[in-house]
Ligand binder design. Sequence first.
Ligand code: GGG
Length: 354
Amino acid sequence: MKTYHLASIPGDGIGQEVIPAGVAVGQKVAAVCGFSLEFTEFPWSCQTFAETGAMMPHDGLTQLADFDAIYLGAVGWPDVPDHVSLWGLLIPIRRAFDQYANIRPVRLLHGITSPLAGRGPEDIDFVVVRENCEGEYSEAGGRLYAGTDRETVIQESIFTRHGTDRILRYAFELAATRGKHVTSATKSNGIMHSMPFWDERFQAISAEHPDIKTDQYHIDILTAHFVLHPDWFDVVVGSNLFGDILSDLGPAVAGSIGIAPSANINPEGRYPSMFEPVHGSAPDIAGLGVANPIAAIWTMAMMLEHLGETEASQIIEHAIESVLTGSTDVKTRDLGGEATTAVCTQAIVDAIGR
Ligand code: GGG
């Protein structure tokens, strides 16, 4: 029987509640489909930072390098500055393993009501492709004259041709398997170096794919179009920051960030890819047992798809939708219900193999 060796990092807050939910669903579908999932849990988190002064051990990346994939919950807790926790765990993993394609599907599932009036599942089905290793997420910069009235802060964005072209190509290749349409998120009117460069490269890569329809919007009006015209989109490609923002807004129009999955892919397969729900640690509801597990469960489906277990992935997605359309008793608070994480998870586990 094929066995996949997976690293799990539940992380902080509700990450510790939703990752076990995804593992339970993964184990059930593996049993149904005839393969096995072997998880090794790494308890790295803001608690680790409090105890050791670092979010993970100095050889943490080496410990992860040989797994087939990494399953991560959430990073961040109020007693550690957010940039310290993120740059101590999530971002080093993305970069060390060259996970440059952050894939964030946005789909209105059957059984969920969009906050947008009159919109159904046929209107909201697109993928945000976020550049994940450079752009506005950059440690280049610094602070001069700190604490004085001359205090000066410099934050550089990094856009390389190598990094820009490869994420644009990824978006076009993905669109070729879907609706053959790529939208670029830009801001080349206000950001005068990096974004005109991004637009140039978008045109150049577009020329390699004459069969794919393209358009581009400045990020400000693009956010409005996400709300007013979600049916316009198939694949939306953006820089690290723009992609991050759009991939919270997208799930919001599709009902809840509590359902949004994501994959940090190293397309060449030289390193393990990492799978995480889009949402963060949600300290306001952590420990209450009410977090929506669907983002983590759908993320498990993306991980299995990546590993080549397409049938298992589809079974999970069908189970999620069958549970959501079946009864309001299984919906968590963010979806208008009162179910706990455990109740929602058990319903999905039960729906698999039925
Ligand atoms: N699910 C991982 C997590 O905690 N995400 C929250 C977050 O703010 N991530 C920053 C990012 O994706 O750049």
